[in-house]
Ligand binder design. Sequence first.
Ligand code: HAX
Length: 426
Amino acid sequence: MSNLLKEKLSAQIPGLREEAKSIVKVHGKKEIDHVTIDQLYGGMRGIKGLICDTSSVGLDTGLIIRGIPILELTEKLPEEVFYLLLTGELPDENALKDLQSDLHKREDVPSYVWNVLNAMPEDSHPMVMFSTAILCMEKESEFRKLNDKGTGKDKLWEAMFEDCLNIIARVPQIAAFIYRKKFKKGDMISPDRNLDWAGNFAKMLGIEDKEGTFARLMRLYMVLHIDHEGGNASAFANLVIGSTLSDSYYSISGALNALAGPLHGLANQECLRFIVNMREQIGHSPTDDEVKAYCQNLLDNNRVVSGYGHPVLRITDPRFIAFLEFGTKYMPDDEIFKIVKQLFEIVPVLLVLHGKAKDPWPNVDAASGSLLYHHGLTEYEYYTVLFGVSRVMGYSAQLILARAMSAAIIRPKSVTTDWIKKQTEI
Ligand code: HAX
């Protein structure tokens, strides 16, 4: 199978390996960080402990993919950004077409996946279905087969590449199947080989899209969620699992389980639920004072305002800005979208006065749901699956590069409370 992306990577990898080897040889003992006790109790926040070249997140810049700020990539297709994550370059037309045709060739989902999904309890959460579907395809893994044969570790990345591209090619169909089965009681819509990856996904979801804005939104959504460096909970889980030489079916399924938490990817579901509940309880489009009182009540009851705050960022998330611009262009009068804008005016001030959150600004999850809701994708239990479909590209890029660099098994040191107490005595 011709694959220009794989050829490009094959050409780059020897140089990357040499570079890493020489950095470790010459500077291996240079100190780059120190660790404080509050960082241990605070979820290892901010400790520099991983290499991840696909993207970085600056506290005052937001997501930067291979040197390009995310707001400069909003007109690109997710396939283009995936190529960028892996190689550091955007594909030319030929390389893009080659990647798209490669993904179409790989998109057939093994039929047992539909049987597994059909056998699951009807009230299973869509993220459980999504993660299960990926895990149950593990028997397809080329990586495991090669590893079982005792193949040298310098060659393993190629099988990781094959597995990851197969997963990327199949997730739109799997995710669309989950949506249509769970929420529409409908049949699967066949993929369309003439469409791009996200456009095809939008079509298979079966959302009415006369103006084409839903397909446009899906392309943007997939680009904005594609990667967020290596230290966030799900990316970290993905890298930890992959570092044991588990294959990408195990790693990506595990990463999705971390994404499913309300403090991480599930926040998009929680955020829309909170807006819809607030609208219902108030009984009409809320005034600013009503929004303020509602949010203050959450804070007074030790609840979080979903969609606000971030472990790394200390600015309004540029991905939120991209969604806000999309909504302002295509659905400025939508009632839920207007509440999102009201919250943007009100919540940061409340969080600052509340005095706890280090980042009072909106993150990506604060606006995305309102745009989906406007298009009739109102089943917010499904929103984290959309996030996952996109992030599968980021997890994949990180796994392929980690194997290309023969990254070591991840094994930080834990300490006991007694050990900490002894340090404080000293
Ligand atoms: N509302 C109320 N309180 C908040 C808050 C918010 N939006 N954000 C932070 N805080 C509170 C924390 O709960 C914490 O309280 P305690 O000291 O009582 O434990 C305090 O402020 C300090 O937290 P922090 O250091 O500012 O934030 P963390 O790095 O610990 O956590 C979170 C970051 C994103 C988990 C947090 O801001 C939060 O819970 N936000 C709401 C949920 C959310 O939007 N999550 C999605 C984040 C983006 C993402 O990963 N998407 O996938």
